[in-house]
Design a protein. Structure first.
Lengths: 180, 301
């Protein structure tokens, strides 16, 4: 009897804990740099994200080399000269939704997320606004924010300084489903 | 009993209902560490004269200007080079359009002033160096050159096929780390028409070179292309007519452009010329200043 209760408990807890994890392996992250000389854009559809509906913790992981540029020369320079992807292969964000919202309830929530943004091996404390939409068992996260190159010690050589914006616009578009 | 269950429960929960770091670890552990292709072994599709392993990516066009001034001719007769401003009065040029059909296959067309030569080439990336696994990149290169210069002796029986020459190369490269890349290029050059009976139609050579990163936008390059046969043919008095090409240069990359500035004794801008028929020795008299300018256009929407 005791054993069966214990087993049930284990199964239950395991089930609950999984139930509160939402994940995506196909989150879309795009960025945009605008200067009078040149517009640069790139996106990846392979970012990974994980959300805990109970603790409202959220993390994103991007492999830098998955960013796809229309101009492959820019892609090469992005990895070689700016992100130094061999040294710093991942960009990450780990944070917590500040508002005490119930992510099991359907609805559209304007939120802010506070946490650590790690790009180019440099970690910055950030509070980022976003919209969380809970509908039909999926949680959609949308966000737009800016990243200052200097804040993450990404240096732009003088030769190309006119072509690359100091602030890069980043957009997040992720649909998370319950983790199986 | 209850206490134990609670404790057990709490332990379980604390293990699973975790902090952000654990979520991050969870995600990082799940992310498969795929071996990724090694990028930017060299700055450009050419080291100096030699082809590098780099190819134009799909739907990218490279407009390439290759320019070599005349030899510096630092001799007393020439007022120590000043009379011709160290060779700046003369030039040999190739204009080229080079295009990526796929990310691994590119073609190019060019026209050189030397010998009024048109050339077409195909370059195919057979193997690509990866961060894990594949240690080398191997690229195959072949070209055909057609000289359109009038035949020297019109009274002799001349064949149109005599205008043709071919090059085959296997380009083997390795990016050792962020700072050093190496290249080894076994080469065969075939000329349909050669100067003398003793001169081989096929010249074999082994291009070797290295590229050293100076900063994120600049590299320093050296290359040397020793020929393996026919080194003394044809003779020019006591001396051979042709010499091995050596080049030393810098790459300066400014986003869409790559400027390559160099000194070389290599004469001509396609392999059949600077590898097999280079009449200049490596000395201050015959060394020349040159540059390549590469401008890339992307046609990807």
């Amino acid at each position: 009897m005791k054993k069966s209760i214990l087993t049930l408990l284990v199964i239950c807890t395991a089930y609950i804990s999984q139930a509160q994890l939402y994940s995506s392996t196909q989150s879309v992250i795009s960025f945009f740099s605008k200067t009078p000389v040149e517009d640069i854009k790139a996106d990846t559809k392979e970012a990974r994200s994980l959300l805990n509906t109970k603790t409202r913790d959220v993390v994103f992981v991007i492999e830098n080399t998955t960013f796809d540029f229309p101009n492959k020369l820019m892609q090469e320079h992005f990895n070689e000269k700016y992100m130094e992807s061999e040294k710093y292969p991942m960009s990450t964000f780990k944070g917590k939704i500040n508002e005490a919202i119930d992510l099991t309830e359907e609805g559209v929530y304007n939120v802010t997320v506070t946490g650590k943004l790690n790009i180019h091996g440099v970690e910055k404390e950030r509070t980022i606004p976003g919209v969380v939409t809970v509908k039909n068992g999926t949680i959609h996260i949308a966000s737009a924010f800016k990243v200052q190159l200097a804040a993450h010690e990404i240096k732009v050589p003088k030769l190309v300084i006119a072509k690359i914006a100091e602030e890069i616009e980043v957009k997040v578009d992720a649909s998370l489903a319950q983790k199986k | 009993m209850k206490k134990t269950i609670y404790l057990f429960c709490w332990l379980l929960f604390s293990g699973i209902v975790s902090a952000q770091d654990d979520l991050l670890n969870m995600l990082s552990n799940e992310t498969p560490q795929k071996p990724t292709p090694v990028y930017a072994t060299f700055k450009s599709t050419r080291l100096v004269n030699l082809q590098s392993n780099e190819t134009m990516k799909a739907k990218h066009l490279d407009f390439r200007i290759q320019h070599r001034f005349s030899s510096m001719n630092i001799t007393k007769d020439n007022n120590y080079g000043l009379y011709d401003v160290f060779g700046l009065d003369g030039a040999v040029i190739r204009l080229g359009l080079e295009y990526g059909i796929t990310d691994k296959l590119m073609i190019g067309l060019g026209r050189s002033t030397a010998g009024k030569t048109y050339d077409g080439f195909v370059k195919y990336q057979l193997l690509q160096q990866k961060t894990k696994g594949m240690p080398l990149s191997v690229v195959l290169f072949g070209n055909t050159g057609i000289s359109t210069q009038a035949f020297a002796d019109k009274n002799r029986q001349n064949f149109e096929t005599s205008r043709l020459s071919y090059v085959f190369q296997t380009i083997i490269t390795r990016k050792m780390n962020d700072y050093f890349s190496f290249i080894l290029t076994p080469t065969m050059v075939h000329h349909n028409l050669v100067e003398t009976k003793e001169t081989p139609n096929d010249i074999f050579a082994l291009g070797i070179g290295t590229s050293i990163k100076i900063s994120r936008s600049t590299r320093f390059n050296i290359e040397y292309i020793p020929r393996l046969n026919g080194r003394n043919q044809p003779k020019n008095g006591d001396k051979p007519t042709y010499y091995d090409a050596i080049a030393i240069g810098f790459d300066i990359e400014t986003g869409g452009h790559v400027f390559q500035l160099h000194f070389t004794n290599g004469n001509g801008l396609i392999e059949q010329q600077f590898i097999a028929r280079n009449p200049s020795e490596f000395n201050l008299t015959q060394l020349r200043f040159g540059f390549n300018i590469s401008r890339t256009f992307s046609f990807v929407k």
